[in-house]
Design a protein around this ligand. Structure first.
Ligand code: SF4
Length: 95
């Protein structure tokens, strides 16, 4: 059975001279670190995040807090490390 399409902001976004915009806000394409996140949707002009207009900024200070594919964890030395989430863990979280 085909997966039901969930409406996102990308469906209501319009292409302008400034690029794809939603409610007057220009949407930036996702960055490499977003690959694998369930919030990425494809548009004819590229891939966009359904949550953030500027995905790159979400990764400036560590891990994007809405990412569904990775999670930040502290190692024994107190350093932040990025752990990919397994599909089974995502399913258990209801995503
Ligand atoms: S939620 Fe975060 S990781 Fe996922 S696509 Fe958006 S910016 Fe990228």
């Amino acid at each position: 059975m085909a997966k039901k399409h969930r409406k996102t902001i990308i469906d209501d976004a319009v292409m302008t001279d400034a690029g794809l915009t939603y409610n007057g806000v220009a949407l930036q394409p996702v960055v490499e670190k977003c690959e694998g996140c369930e919030r990425v949707v494809e548009h004819e002009s590229g891939k966009y995040c359904t949550t953030y207009a500027q995905p790159e900024l979400r990764w400036h200070r560590g891990v994007c807090n809405f990412a569904t594919h990775v999670r930040a964890e502290l190692d024994k030395g107190g350093k932040v490390k990025i752990n990919p989430l397994k599909a089974s863990k995502r399913a258990a979280r209801g995503r």
